[in-house]
Structures are given as C-alpha cells and as structure tokens.
Ligand binder design. Structure first.
Ligand SMILES: Cc1ncc(COP(=O)(O)O)c(C=O)c1O
Length: 325
C-alpha cells in the first residue's frame, strides 16, 4: 500500500464546548470544528478519501465541479497526490477562491451561473481516458469519507450519546455521510437537524413534496449549498432516519455567522451560518416547543462545516445587504 493511502488528508478535529452557544440553546452545545480542516471545510474528508482510492486504482486526472469548497478540497488532495486537477466553478465564484485553486496547481474552468451548469461541463470534461469525475456530494466513497467525523465523535464522547446533531445540507453528501457514520456507531436514533437556506432548500422542498424536487434557481447567498436537486441517497436518509429539515433565510445565516465570529472568534461562510442559525435563531427551542424534537439526553453537536467563501469585507457587504449594520 502507498503511504499516501494510509494517511488520510483530513485532520481529527477538536470537539469543543461552547459556553456562548450552550447559553443560547439552553442546553450543552459542543462544536465540531471542521472549519480548521485543510482548505477550511469538512469536504476534504470525503473528497480526500475518494481521490486516494481512485489514485490507487490508476486514475490519472480528476475533474471536479464545485461552488468552492469541494473544489478546494479536490485541488488540495490532487496536489498532495501529485496529480492534475481541473476544477469547474460557476461564474459567481470569488476571485479569492479561484486564486487559491490556482495556487494549488489546479486548472480552473469557469462555466455557467450556478453549480448545476458547472457540473454539466465537469462531466463533459471528464470524458477523456484516465480522467475521473468527482461529484461534490453524490458518491458512496464521499459518504464513507465523511462518516469518519462520527467515528471521531464516538471516540471523543465514549459512552455518552449526542442529544442531536446539527449540520448544513447542500447536495446532501454530508448528510448521507453523517447518517452512514451514526449507523456504524449505533447512534441511528440520534436526531439530525438538517439546515438549509431558503433559495437553496432542495432537501426541504423534496421532503415537502414527498419526492425529489429540482429548484428552479438558486437564490440564496449560500452558494455552496446551491445544488438545485438533492442527491437520492440524502433523501432516502432523511426519510429513513430521524432527520428534521429546517430552513432559515439568508439574513438569519449572516446574523448567525456574525454572532459566531463574536462568540468564538472564527469566521465561517454563509453555508455554515445556516447550521449555526439553528441555535442563534432559536430553532432548537422552537422544535422542542412544537414537539418535533425530544428533550435532549446528551449534548447538542453543532458541526461547524466551515467554508472559504467569506472575508471581513464580504461579511460587511452581507450586513449592509440585510440591514444588519
Ligand atoms: C461549507 C459547506 N457546508 C455544507 C455544505 C453542504 O454539503 P453537501 O453538498 O454535501 O450537502 C457544503 C457544500 O459544498 C459546504 O461547502
């Protein structure tokens, strides 16, 4: 076995008590700090695992479509493996992210308005022999890689079970991976609060319709949650496990990321603000009052998924956009 295959590219991240979030939620909250992963998000867990496995099978080049963070993870993994990467991003991707991708040695191709447009081109570009397409969220190896997060939670918590997990949903790969993890460690009865922003709420819309729904457009600022259609596996997980789907608006996501910056001195993007808003906007207490979430028997685990699509000046812009100055 190649040594690169033995050592995963992701870190084991800290699980830290947050007194500020605990106070706001009225229950102990532990934050799982995926924002400190290489390239700033949990994405490296699944994508790193995918690339290592495929590289071992003789793949010569990777092509990934991305709203940002998946592409950064793919470029990082390929850089570590010494393999070429093409990352196809939509037009709204910031120059900062494009520069980071280029700095990692990736070829960057800009295609279309939203991620779905970029994805169609990535699939096309990967049709050359030796190339492999990386979906940012829809592949069993990605889910297996993401499930490592739950194994870490289990190692950190020992016999204590989480009361609930909170995460953000885009195309649903993270949700699918976390569900795989909870099934592996015997936590299948732990509720998962699946957060989306309105305008990128493909899981919520599909659950409401009882079938897979494609959103007409992505209107949320949380572009990394901006898949128009959630992957089938995530929808299956949401139906089979205790998944509670909640939407917040962009303003709540921005407010949450700003409060998190104040409380924990860490800056994360709006995609992560959606998860943080579960506590900061009072959705946990609301769900309990409405009888949709049981009284928690263990700590609430807030997965701080991270994200590179943010800067202090972008936060200022969001604040002025949503009247938060
Ligand atoms: C920071 C961040 N959080 C959450 C998500 C959602 O992950 P998924 O698309 O697997 O649902 C993404 C997706 O890119 C992301 O970048």
């Amino acid at each position: 076995m190649d040594s690169q295959d033995e050592i995963p590219f992701h870190f084991v991240t800290p699980l830290k008590e947050s007194s500020a979030l605990s106070k706001k939620a009225g229950t102990p909250v532990l934050i799982k700090l995926e924002n400190i992963q290489p390239m700033g998000s949990f994405k490296i867990r699944g994508i790193g695992h995918f690339c290592q496995k495929l590289a071992r099978k003789g793949c010569k080049k990777f092509v990934c479509s991305s709203g940002g963070n998946a592409g950064l993870a793919a470029a990082y993994a390929c850089n570590k493996l010494g393999m070429p990467a093409t990352i196809v991003v939509p037009e709204q991707t910031s120059n900062k992210v494009i520069q980071k991708l280029a700095d990692l040695g990736a070829e960057v191709v800009v295609t279309g308005k939203v991620w779905d447009d970029a994805d169609a081109n990535a699939r096309h570009l990967s049709e050359t022999p030796g190339s492999v397409y990386i979906s940012p969220f829809d592949h069993p190896l990605l889910w297996e890689g993401h499930s490592s997060l739950v194994l870490e939670l289990k190692a950190a918590l020992g016999t204590q079970k989480p009361g609930a997990l909170v995460l953000s949903v885009g195309g649903g790969g993270f949700l699918a991976g976390i569900v795989e993890g909870i099934a592996k460690v015997g936590w299948s009865d732990v509720p998962i609060i699946a957060m989306e922003t309105l305008g990128a709420h493909c899981l919520n819309a599909s659950l409401a319709a009882g079938k897979s729904v494609t959103l007409p457009d992505i209107t949320s600022i949380a572009k990394c949650l901006g898949a128009k259609t959630v992957c089938d596996r995530a929808l299956e997980c949401a139906k089979k496990y205790k998944v509670i789907s909640v939407t917040v608006d962009d303003r709540e996501a921005v407010q949450a990321l700003e409060m998190f910056l104040e409380d924990e001195l860490m800056l994360v993007e709006a995609a992560c603000g959606a998860a943080l808003a579960a506590v900061y906007s009072g959705h946990i207490q609301r769900l309990q009052q409405e009888g949709k979430l049981e009284q928690l028997k263990g700590p609430l685990i807030m997965i701080v998924c991270g994200g590179s699509g943010i800067s202090l000046s972008e936060l200022q812009n969001y604040k002025s956009q949503f009247g938060l100055l």
